[in-house]
Design a binder for this molecule. Structure first.
Ligand code: 2NL
Length: 336
């Protein structure tokens, strides 16, 4: 009896492994597990066994039935999946799953466009620490000892003489310490100010500053460079305007603005009817700053400027609330 069962089991396994169609599987089911199948036939032979062997044989038959049913089921599924085996259930002709492709954050797009313009003008890009000390943040930039920018109300202090930079000028100082003129460098980077967050202010923001130092650099070079920058960013038809301003590190100093790219200077909603968009500050590097890094301030002159990257991004993309730039909200970011 047991030998017969084993022989039947081997045959059934072989038949299933050889089955090539769902029809073959069904035929095997009828032959081995069907109402008049081989297993049923053997089961009926149990009653002819000696009394003490019957429970053992019954158990064996039940186990075999479970095994064969499971085998049938899995073979059936393999064939239904369209292949002769598990390996072939993979259809290599199906198109792959396409992952989501990331894009640059709008701030970083604008930053790169700015950098590209200056690369075209022969500038290099430098970056430096966000955590600074009094010397680089203020002293080297010709701030007087009692300047309010050093106040805890305006600058984040992490400890005694450890603070977060509020502009990237600290890096230009480091560049000048490292190399002699000519210097042509732009410095993009994150800056920090103790501002209350609203639609146009953020405690953490981004700047791009530029510095050019060489023999014979004049304010005309500053104007021509910032005109090229403005036209690169807003198109060939824009004009630039300079008005007197004050910074400790430049003399003379000037704020600069671009004629409104929207209305051409007529006055519209974008420029608040002024015809101009203020972009940043600029000026001729104060001789004290040049002398402070060891340059001969009689021989070399230079200009410098600084702009906020958020401002440009908001203008270009029509973003009216700066906080959206930091929200990480995909409904916002996926538009760029
Ligand atoms: C602004 C003003 C400015 C500079 C930044 C600079 C750097 C060195 C020396 C001299 Cl190392 N100047 N940077 C100069 C003028 C203005 O930024 O309003 N930025 C948004």
């Amino acid at each position: 009896m047991i030998a017969k069962l084993k022989a039947m089991a081997d045959e059934a396994r072989a038949a299933l492994a050889a089955a090539q169609t769902e029809h073959d599987v069904e035929a095997a089911r009828v032959r081995f597990l069907g109402r008049k199948g081989e297993l049923r036939e053997l089961q009926q032979g149990i009653k002819d066994l000696p009394e003490e062997d019957r429970p053992e044989a019954g158990k064996l038959i039940n186990r075999l039935r479970d095994e064969l049913e499971a085998l049938l089921e899995s073979r059936q599924q393999e064939l239904a999946a369209g292949g002769g085996g598990a390996a072939e259930a993979l259809d290599v002709t199906l198109p792959g799953r396409i992952g989501r492709i990331a894009g640059r954050h709008p701030l970083m797009q604008v930053r790169q466009d700015m950098i590209d313009i200056f690369l075209g003008l022969g500038y290099q890009v430098a970056e430096g620490p966000e955590v600074e000390n009094h010397h680089y943040a203020f002293e080297a930039l010709n701030y007087p000892e009692d300047h309010p920018a050093m106040d805890e109300q305006m600058t984040f202090y992490l400890g005694h003489d450890v603070l977060l930079r509020s502009q990237t000028s600290t890096v230009q100082i480091r560049v000048m310490e490292q190399q002699d003129p000519p210097v042509r460098v732009v410095v993009p980077g994150r800056c920090f100010r103790r501002d209350t967050v609203d639609a146009t202010h953020s405690h953490t923001f981004h700047q791009l500053e530029g510095l050019c130092v060489d023999e014979g650099i004049t304010f005309a070079d500053l104007k021509g460079t910032l005109l090229a920058f403005a036209q690169g960013m807003f198109g060939p038809d824009v004009r630039v305007r300079f008005r007197p301003d004050f910074f400790p590190f430049t003399e003379p100093s000037a704020e600069f603005a671009v004629s409104c790219y929207m209305c051409g200077g007529e006055g519209c909603r974008v420029c608040s009817q002024t015809g101009w968009l203020e972009l940043g500050g600029s000026g001729m590097v104060d001789p004290n700053v040049l002398a402070g890094v060891g340059y001969d301030a009689e021989r070399y002159t230079g200009f410098a400027f600084g702009v906020g990257i958020e401002r440009f991004a908001m203008l270009r993309y029509g973003i009216e609330d700066m906080r959206l730039l930091y929200s990480g909200d995909m409904r916002m970011l996926s538009q760029f």
